[in-house]
Design a protein around this ligand. Structure first.
Ligand code: IPE
Ligand code: IPE
Ligand code: MG
Length: 230
């Protein structure tokens, strides 16, 4: 069956830039162009949700210049590509705590979400100031508060608990791809990846092509997923 939800850890922008004697931020700019190409490829494949790890709760540790550059990128990205995303009927959403971003960055994201909210095609979800541990921690806090408020009972099911996660409206993640050869999750979708297929792709994010992305997805779809059964 076709995958409904694909998640992507877009890694390797900085090393990609360094390899050609460019500054790290040049890699981020190229990386943001790549988002457009891969989003369109995912849409062509009929994927329902493509979740992209764009900024982690740990990425605040980077030098201020780099963080500032990343904060300014959504504006550059949507100015260039919003029209095409509209034509492709793609809906923009986010997970993560946008409150921590400068007003300008947050407003650009909220505007893109609003402008695409009536689109009915693929959801392109940006994980921004997102961390899997923080998401589960917040879910537990909200669940606890809902019990105190008498809104929910103490004995809920696992799928009822999932309604407290930021991904509550999305199907389970079928496949997670990480570029740049690193074999770790770096705090991405820890709950949602429980039974996802994993692909660690050696090439850097700016070097991934639409064809290669499609090949990875189609190959992974052939895997025998047993979910603990036989
Ligand atoms: C991924 O590329 C983009 C973000 C984390 C924002 P990196 O910036 O991590 O690039 P490398 O891993 O240092 O090469
Ligand atoms: C993960 O990449 C975060 C994003 C792609 C946004 P990092 O480059 O931050 O991860 P580590 O530090 O190598 O684990
Ligand atoms: Mg990295």
């Amino acid at each position: 069956m076709g995958f409904k939800h694909v998640a992507l850890i877009m890694d390797g922008n900085g090393r990609w830039a360094k390899a050609q004697n460019k500054v790290r931020t040049f890699g981020h700019l190229q990386g943001s162009e790549k988002v457009r190409e891969i989003a369109i490829a995912a849409n062509d494949l009929g994927i329902e949700v493509l979740t992209l790890y764009a900024f982690s709760t740990e990425n605040w540790k980077r030098p201020k210049d780099e963080v500032d550059y990343l904060m300014a990128l959504p504006d550059v990205f949507f100015k260039k590509f919003l029209k095409e995303l509209m034509e492709k009927n793609i809906r923009i959403q986010t997970i993560g705590e946008l409150e921590a971003f400068p007003d300008s960055t947050r407003n650009v994201l909220l505007r893109a979400i609003e402008q695409t909210s009536n689109n009915t095609g693929m959801i392109l979800c940006f994980a921004m100031n997102y961390g899997g541990q923080r998401e589960i921690f917040l879910a537990a806090q909200h669940y606890h508060q809902a019990i105190l408020d008498g809104i929910i009972s103490k004995d809920i099911t696992l799928s009822e608990f999932e309604q407290f996660l930021m991904t509550k409206d999305y199907p389970a993640v079928d496949l997670c791809i990480r570029t740049s050869g690193e074999m770790r999750l770096s705090n991405f979708l820890l709950w949602q990846l429980a039974y996802a297929e994993l692909v660690f792709e050696p090439c850097a994010w700016p070097d991934l092509t639409a064809d290669h992305f499609k090949e990875i997805v189609l190959d992974a779809q052939k895997r025998d997923r047993r979910f603990g059964g036989l």
